[in-house]
Design a protein around this ligand. Structure first.
Ligand SMILES: NC(=[NH2+])NCCC[C@H](N)C(=O)O
Length: 224
């Protein structure tokens, strides 16, 4: 069977995280496994820092990146993306009921993961905010809880997960979807010269969408 090596940054539930048994689990992982099953391929998963995913993909350490990654114009210059498999948006969280708007976060410390669309957007669009870069979202959330940060900016589905476990936190302002920064949804990235894998993944995505598998995986990880 064909072998497909996937990489992901497993600090981002429900998309990907490490289970108590030290396995990478999540929506993206179930999706990749369903694609592999359809393609009768053997798949492996590795955990890596988010900002190293694209460089190491180019370096051929693995074949594909699935990591809650927004399909942006900038990344599309370096990698080829499958069609979008999830519609995304981003939002800030902070102490509940403390801030209503972004303007109120002026001079406040907002954390985000290095190399993310959130980091770029915040630095460009909200220079009045102090952006603090983290190697992982896990560490940003820890600092928010410890009071070393005033807020964290992340994908809405992930933020909702953090809010479930942290009733002292709440959202600030509306979710952002600026396509220039956040692209057209989440996609799987491959090397541009690997059109064979790209078309296989796109074909498998169509198949698992048509037969209801993708919806099942969605319902499992994004329960309303
Ligand atoms: N697995 C992760 N830590 N993913 C972070 C993704 C953040 C954002 N959606 C981006 O594409 O930049």
């Amino acid at each position: 069977a064909e072998k497909i090596r996937f990489a992901s940054s497993a600090t981002y539930p429900p998309f990907e995280s490490m289970s108590s048994e030290n396995q990478i689990v999540g929506f993206d992982i179930d999706l990749a496994k369903a694609l592999c099953q359809h393609l009768k391929a053997d798949c492996t998963f590795t955990n890596n820092a988010f900002d190293s995913l694209i460089p190491a993909l180019k370096f051929r350490r693995y074949d594909a990146v699935i990591s809650g990654m927004d399909i942006t114009p900038e990344r599309s210059k370096q990698v080829a993306f499958t069609r979008p498999y999830y519609a995304n948006s981003a939002i800030v969280i902070a102490a509940k009921d403390k801030y209503q708007t972004m303007a109120e976060l002026k001079g406040k410390r907002i954390g985000m993961e290095n190399g993310t669309t959130h980091q770029r957007y915040m630095q460009d669009k909200h220079p009045e905010v102090i952006t603090v870069a983290y190697d992982s979202y896990q560490n940003a959330i820890l600092d928010l809880k410890n009071g070393r940060l005033d807020g964290v900016f992340g994908d809405t589905a992930v933020v909702n997960e953090w809010l479930k476990e942290n009733p002292q936190l709440g959202t600030v302002d509306k979710a952002v979807t600026d396509p220039q920064y956040f692209g057209v949804g989440l996609g799987i990235a491959v090397r541009p010269d690997n059109q064979a894998l790209l078309s296989k993944l796109n074909g498998a995505l169509d198949a698992i969408t048509a037969d209801g598998t993708l919806k099942k995986i969605n319902d499992k990880w994004f329960a309303k």
